[in-house]
Design a binder for this molecule. Sequence first.
Ligand code: ADP
Ligand code: ADP
Length: 221
Amino acid sequence: TPTITLSHINKVYANGTIALQDLNLEIGASQFISLVGPSGCGKSTALRIIAGLGQMSSGQLEWGQGQTPKLAYVFQEAALMPWATVRDNVRLPLTLAKMPKREAMAAVEESIARVGLQGFEKSYPRELSGGMKMRVSIARALVTKPDVLLMDEPFAALDEMTRSRLNSDLLSLWNQLRWTVIFVTHNIYESVYLSQRVVVMADRPGRVVADVIIDEPYPRN
Ligand code: ADP
Ligand code: ADP
């Protein structure tokens, strides 16, 4: 997995809002980093720029090792296709990449197993709880074997118990797979629990106010 370097990134929206002011971040390979801060501090804007979904007004974004990384994005809304089964929802990115079904199946089954949804392959989204839908959404992100996983408040709409379980399972997955993860949240506990590095942002204008490496005093699974 490549490193990501953001240099002097500014983002001003058409209405004049300064969403990001001089954002500088170097994100190491296989790092689990979170961006934390109040609503409106520019977290999503930063993530969208990293994903190539949003334009910066000025600045630079570089991927290390000359590699074009494979990115996957997980949003707060699981955004599943309601008419498709869990299996077909997870397979979607491979379907879009025109991978034949037979060839896709091993990766699909593996992804479903990784998020603990074995037995639900033929279920439809309406039959699943919010936490399970999020698991499908994560499986769909993993099925392409991404280098970098971008997560924007993925668990914010879930109850505390479900959120806790998902956090713990996400951490185990990261321990197995070691993608680079950039996790956006406004929950400081969640960021500290999950990440190796917490970048704290403030608003008006959106900027980084602290960048903290979390030591690992206990084994992380
Ligand atoms: P966060 O993810 O931390 O809540 P955002 O990146 O969504 O923050 O937003 C940063 C700032 O930019 C906020 O003030 C928000 O209202 C503003 N903003 C976001 N998107 C747009 C847009 N498309 N047009 C104008 N302003 C926007
Ligand atoms: P302690 O050693 O004090 O028991 P914990 O690791 O249990 O520490 O929790 C520290 C903080 O992290 C607590 O405020 C808790 O709410 C939060 N936390 C613990 N586990 C999770 C989780 N799975 N997801 C989100 N937050 C968590």
